[in-house]
Design a protein around this ligand. Structure first.
Ligand SMILES: [Zn+2]
Length: 287
């Protein structure tokens, strides 16, 4: 029988143990693999109708058949970008910049630079004696890649604002703006996007997912209320947000166990970097 967070909470009135969450994660293992129609990443979802990419968090609707021509090319650049190599990505970006690019392609490129930057940052060796000298090349690469990611994110926002025109924003465009603003750490803009999404379609999974991401990122008290339904539905990305929430509550052991289980079953760079970040912080503070 499927374990549900709600039934456990009703019994014990406290945050469920990590064992409960690991059991729920096992339920998510039945997820089917698909290719994200925005960044081309191979990712997994339990739902047969819709999914959130494990790599770029884009919303994918399976029946729409909206598989853009460029995601296949981006897929090939994925693996390199995840280990900080962006030469081919830069070539690709230069080549297609001559065409009118869709905002979601601009976002996908920005996101690959963003992940490449996180990779360089995660490779900083804080135990090195000559900190600046030993790490300067990684630090430099990380900053250069961050600025590249910002360039594409702002371009995507520019196109999205133009497209809104007189008819106003659509839900998927708003969600893309939300994702970009979250990555740019422009939380007040992300909150505004969220408000517009709530007005447009409060019952959609895109709005619920955005609420979860925003509440966890701002360490809101009621974050778990937004995470729970996604955990019960077996949405893999919800386990990443749960781990972030647990780390914010200083439940580091639970967060680490969850992230190790998650990264061994799903290709989810954001979970890998969070795990490294927690481990680095703990080694520095002894927490
Ligand atoms: Zn994607």
């Amino acid at each position: 029988m499927m374990t549900s967070v709600k039934s456990i909470k009703a019994r014990c009135f406290t945050m469920p143990s990590v064992k409960t969450y690991l059991d729920l994660l096992k339920n998510a293992h039945g997820a089917k693999a698909f290719k994200c129609n925005v960044c081309g990443a191979e990712t997994k979802s339990k739902s047969l109708k819709e999914a959130f990419c494990n790599l770029c968090e884009s919303y994918n609707k399976f029946e729409s058949n909206a598989y853009p021509d460029l995601s296949g090319e981006l897929f090939k650049l994925n693996n390199d970008a995840l280990i900080g190599k962006t030469d081919l990505l830069a070539e690709f970006a230069n080549r297609i910049q001559k065409q009118a690019m869709q905002p979601k392609t601009l976002y996908a490129i920005g996101n690959l630079y963003y992940l490449a930057s996180s990779y360089e940052y995660s490779n900083l060796d804080y135990s090195a004696k000559g900190f600046m000298e030993e790490n300067s090349s990684n630090m430099y690469s990380s900053l250069a890649l961050t600025s590249k990611s910002k360039e594409f994110f702002f371009k995507a926002l520019g196109v999205l604002n133009q497209l809104e025109g007189d008819e106003g924003p659509e839900l998927e465009g708003l969600y893309l703006k939300f994702l970009i603003n979250m990555r740019l750490k422009r939380l007040s803009y992300a909150k505004k996007d969220l408000g517009s999404m709530d007005k447009l379609d409060t019952g959609s999974s895109v709005t619920a997912y955005s609420n979860m991401a925003y509440c966890v990122s701002t360490n809101a008290q009621h974050a778990l209320n937004y995470i729970d339904p996604f955990l019960n539905a077996g949405e893999p990305n919800a386990f990443y947000y749960l781990a972030r929430h647990l780390a914010q509550k200083k439940s580091y052991d639970s967060a680490e166990s969850l992230l190790k289980a998650l990264t061994s079953s799903f290709r989810m760079p954001m979970a890998q970097y969070l795990l490294l970040d927690i481990q680095m912080r703990r080694s520095k503070t002894g927490a």
